[in-house]
Each structure stands twice: as structure tokens, then as C-alpha cells.
Design a protein around this ligand. Structure first.
Ligand code: AMP
Length: 547
């Protein structure tokens, strides 16, 4: 017997219709590429998203055709989120930090038909357009009078002239909720990038989950600043979740430096922000020397790579801000786990609580996870056993777009299909997962594993250290030994021996790095994560001093 409930597909257009009707007056504030601040409301987003949908219809763009963006976080990008997906096309957020050759490869693989870009990225578009045969329309995300006369890009039109003649009414189509809505290519440090192809259903379920109290706890009382780019897994779903609950959205545009982000936070009374650790490093680096405090920020989600304890402490002790440590992946839309305490932890000392807060957290309902050993058998949840982390759930990929060379899922003995995350983790008896490492970054020394994350966390707790990356280097006896590559804070001093001594008592003796290499900068990937593959290449001639 079927239930007697209304059968309505979960569609992204529902979100924008709801936002317009129920909290149409809530503000969206953006710093524009032009430099000024733009303000309007969810009602305006809805109206202009309908114009976008009409513009795509006018081009006779087929359902499921890809509309790509090369854009910062801003209001026009938000309109594309809704206009493109709502009308049944697929929004493809290209990462402008990739090398132009990679952008060409990805745009061709996705068979993008339209490319909308911020003027900051005009040089990229000029470099790639001749090699992207599927793109038939280029749209510059700017006012009509800001479009330069001779860009060399055929048929280039400004976004405002593109949507101006279009009606602001539009009947959003209804279709199967499993229809593709958006896509994002993994940052893929090896091999060609692979695309996660999200559906309307997966995006809406993920948005519901994101708002839960033990997840991001978003509400109509929040003013939210996604520092995480809209081209990095849909800004972790915030553009959708915000429309669901009716919070204010604040977009920093191209101004991702500490000073610009701080100004936006204060001016727009931001209560909640989200970003990768390297971004927060810049923000804290601006606050400390200038003796600044937050007047409204209460919590921030930090994920994408391991959040060092020193950062969690500094946010809490110096600024009264709660860090929510989160873990996820492009393939997971991206939210997998978030770290919040349980009732029984509330009476613990701050030190004991910190041990928990450091972990990547508990699975969100909708995500199931397990760790397995080399034989594929599940390992115990004792906080000690570590193994490959597998996940499954309705917002996790079943396959990649136009996948070549096999499918990602693995079957367990019970026939259940799981996505192997490539991460190595422990899970404790309370269900808190902790990432030990990316499986390819883990250091294997004398048959034992050393977590590079643990070694980095200790280094960045030293007051003179701004950033640290731990990598394994060849050792004839132990196979690999850890070294730590360090960027010092401006004007700060620490010697190799002082830093090695700093590890004393903080980790097992055999896990202490054999050497410290000081560098000016650690290479960062397109989403702000440390690129250890490149670091290893840079240090390929490095030899341990003891050899
Ligand atoms: P991406 O799909 O590019 O966002 O990368 C996903 C990968 O980032 C995960 O598989 C992890 O290796 C890493 N990652 C994400 N969040 C965290 C976190 N909180 N701690 C440690 N690693 C993380």
C-alpha cells in the first residue's frame, strides 16, 4: 500500500519560489568585481533568475545542457544557480584557479554550451575560447557599459544586456527530481579531473541536512558569509540552504583577503561563515596585529582540510567564536560529518572537549560511513583502529559524469555499494570520525603509520609557524620518515632544533619529524588546500641530514 501523500518532486525551483514568497525582503549583499557594494533581496534574485531562464529558452538551449560559470561569490552567480538549474539545465561551476589548459579540458569534457564569467577572468576566457568548440555563447557578468569594446571573444554580451529584454515571469518546469542540476569537477591531483553530477533531489536533501542544528544550524536569524567559493562544491550547499531558511547572504566577491572579509563581516553583521583553513589563517593574521574583534560572528564552519587545534583555540579563546569542524568531498555534495558535542560532553573540561572538537565529527543523517581493513572487513568503532573510510547516501555520487576507466563504488560482502573516500580514519564509540590522512599522504615508517595531519597540527601550534606540511621522504631502513615543511609567520623566528624540540611530549618519539625545511610558501591547489604532490616534486632532491 502506498502512502496517500502528495507526490511532488524536490526541485531547486521550489527553493527560490519559497524564498520569494516567504522571506522575499531578506537581503543579499555582494561586493561586486567593480568594487562597490550591491544590495537587493531574495525577491529580486527570484525575479532575475526567471529572466535568466527565459534567456536560456530564447537561445533554445536543450534540457540538461551545461551552462558554465567562471565567477566569484556574488548575486549574479546566485541568479545563475537558480535560473540555470530551475529551468532544467545543468549549472557547471568551473574553477578559475585551475590552469587554462585544465579549464579547456574540463569545459570540453562537460560539453559546456554557455560560459558566464566575471570580468576578472576575461584573460582566461580570451586564452581558452578558441579551444572550446561547444561553447556557443559567452556572457560577461557585468553592466552593459562595462563591457570592453574589443575582447576578441566572438558574440560576447554583457549579462545585463542578455537578461534585460527577457520577461520577468516564467513558469518553472516540473520534472523528475533525479534530473541533473549542477556539476563540479574534483580538484583531482592525479589523472584527469572527474565530475560529480548532482541532482535536484540530492541538492534539496543536502540543503535540508545542512540546516540541522548539529550540522550548520542555519536559520532566518543568520547573516551568512560563504568564503568558500561558489565554484567549490556549490559553496558547500549554502546558496540552497540559505533560500530554504531565509537567512541573509553576504558575498565577498573577489575580496578574499583578511581585511576585506573582516570588513564585510562587521558591516553586514555576519553571524556565520564558512571556509577552508588557509582562508581563516589570513583572517586571523589580519585580526591579531590590528587588535580587532568580531562583534556578531558566533560560529564558523571550517573544512576542506584538517583544521589545526591552534585555530579552533584561537577562534574560541581570543574571539568567542565556535569552530564547527566539517569533513566532506566534492563527491558528497560535500557534507559528510560535522563536529558538535553531545549532551554528555557538556560537563567535560575544555581540554577534554577540545579532544572531541578536533575530530571531523559525526555523520549527518543521510550519510552512512564505515572503516574497513585491507581485507574489506569492517573495523571496530573504538577510536583506535584506522582503515579506509567508505560512505553511502543519497547525496553521494553513484558514478562520475562520462566516467572512463571503471566506476567508483565498491561492494561489500552483504552486496551493499559504498563510495571509497580515499581517506584513512578512525571512528570512536560515540560515532566521531577522525581523519588520519589522505591514504596517499599517510607516512609509512617501519611498517607503522604516521598521520601527517597530527605532525602538522603540532607544528602550527608553535607561535612562529604560519603553515606546515608534513611529507614522507625515503629512508633505507624505515622506508619513509616524516619531515615537516614550514612557513614562518612574518617577523617570527624559530630554528630547526627548537621546532624539533617542540614535539617532545606531544607525540610518540618515533613520530617526531626527522627534519624541518623552511620555505617561503607551500603550494596551494585550486581550492586553497596544500598541494603535497607539488611539494614532493619541489623537494625531490632533498636528502635526510642523517643519511
Ligand atoms: P575535495 O573534494 O576537493 O573537497 O576534497 C575532499 C578531501 O578533502 C577529502 O577526501 C579529505 O581528504 C579532505 N578533507 C575535507 N575536509 C577535511 C577535514 N575536515 N579534515 C581533513 N581532511 C579533509
Amino acid at each position: 500500500m502506498l502512502g496517500l501523500m502528495q507526490d511532488q518532486p524536490l526541485l531547486i525551483s521550489n527553493l527560490i519560489e519559497f524564498a520569494e514568497r516567504h522571506h522575499g525582503d531578506v537581503e543579499i549583499v555582494s561586493r561586486r568585481v567593480e568594487g562597490d557594494i550591491h544590495r537587493y533581496t531574495w525577491r529580486d534574485v527570484a525575479m532575475r533568475a526567471r529572466k535568466v531562464a527565459n534567456a536560456l529558452d530564447a537561445m533554445k538551449l536543450a534540457q540538461s545542457d551545461r551552462v558554465a560559470t567562471l565567477a566569484w561569490n556574488g548575486y549574479r552567480h546566485l541568479e545563475l544557480y537558480y535560473g540555470v538549474s530551475g529551468s532544467g539545465r545543468v549549472l557547471h561551476t568551473l574553477n578559475p584557479r585551475l590552469h587554462p589548459e585544465q579549464v579547456i579540458w574540463i569545459a570540453n569534457h562537460a560539453e559546456d554550451q554557455v560560459l558566464c564569467f566575471d570580468m576578472t577572468f576575461l584573460p582566461i576566457v580570451q586564452a581558452i575560447h578558441a579551444k572550446c568548440p561547444t561553447i556557443k555563447q559567452y556572457v560577461a557578468l557585468c553592466d552593459a557599459d562595462k563591457l570592453p569594446a574589443d575582447t576578441g571573444i566572438p558574440g560576447l554580451i554583457s549579462y545585463e544586456s542578455w537578461i534585460a529584454p527577457q520577461p520577468s515571469t516564467y513558469a518553472w518546469p516540473s520534472f523528475d527530481e533525479n534530473t541533473a542540476s549542477s556539476m563540479c569537477y574534483t580538484s583531482g591531483t592525479t589523472g584527469n579531473p572527474k565530475a560529480a553530477l548532482y541532482s535536484h533531489r540530492s541538492s534539496i536533501l543536502h540543503a535540508y541536512a545542512a540546516c540541522l542544528p548539529d550540522v550548520m544550524c542555519l536559520s532566518a536569524r543568520d547573516s551568512v558569509l560563504p568564503v568558500v567559493p561558489m565554484f567549490h562544491v556549490n559553496a558547500w550547499g549554502l546558496p540552497y540552504a540559505a533560500a530554504m531558511v531565509g537567512c541573509k547572504l553576504v558575498f565577498p566577491g573577489a575580496g578574499m583577503d583578511g581585511k576585506s572579509v573582516y570588513e564585510m563581516m562587521e558591516n553586514e553583521k555576519v553571524t556565520f561563515a564558512a571556509g577552508v583553513p588557509t582562508v581563516w589563517q589570513m583572517l586571523l593574521g589580519h585580526l591579531k596585529p590590528n587588535n580587532l574583534k568580531f562583534s556578531t560572528l558566533t560560529r564558523t564552519v571550517i573544512g576542506g582540510s584538517a583544521c589545526p587545534p591552534a585555530m579552533i583555540n584561537s577562534f574560541r579563546d581570543d574571539y568567542g567564536v565556535d569552530v564547527l569542524h566539517a569533513w566532506g568531498m566534492t563527491e558528497m555534495s560535500p557534507l559528510g560529518t560535522l563536529c558538535t558535542l553531545k549532551n554528555k560532553h557538556l560537563t567535560m573540561s575544555p581540554e577534554e572537549q577540545m579532544k572531541i572538537r578536533l575530530k571531523q565529527g559525526r555523520a549527518i543523517f543521510g550519510v552512512d560511513m564505515k572503516i574497513v581493513g585491507e581485507d574489506g572487513n569492517e573495523l571496530p568503532w573504538d577510536g583506535k583502529a584506522y582503515g579506509d573510510l567508505l560512505v553511502k547516501g543519497p547525496w553521494i555520487v553513484a558514478d562520475y559524469f562520462k566516467t572512463e576507466g571503471g566506476h567508483p563504488l565498491v561492494k561489500d560482502a552483504a552486496g551493499e555499494a559504498w563510495f571509497p573516500t580515499g581517506d584513512v580514519a578512525t571512528i570512536d564509540a560515540d560515532g566521531y570520525m577522525q581523519i588520519t590522512d589522505r591514504s596517499k599522504d599517510v607516512i609509512k615508517s617501519g611498517g607503522e603509520w604516521i598521520s601527517s595531519i597530527d605532525i602538522e597540527n603540532i607544528a602550527v601550534a608553535h607561535p612562529a609557524v604560519a603553515m606546515a606540511a608534513c611529507i614522507g621522504v625515503f629512508h633505507p631502513k624505515w622506508d619513509e620518515r616524516p619531515i615537516v615543511v614550514v612557513v614562518k609567520k612574518p617577523g617570527a623566528e624559530v630554528s630547526r632544533d627548537e621546532l624539533i624540540q617542540f614535539y617532545d611530549g606531544k607525540t610518540a618519539k618515533w613520530q617526531i619529524p626527522d627534519d624541518v625545511v623552511f620555505v617561503d610558501a607551500i603550494p596551494l591547489g585550486a581550492t586553497g588546500k596544500m598541494l603535497k604532490t607539488r611539494l614532493r616534486e619541489q623537494l625531490k632532491d632533498y636528502k635526510l641530514p642523517s643519511l
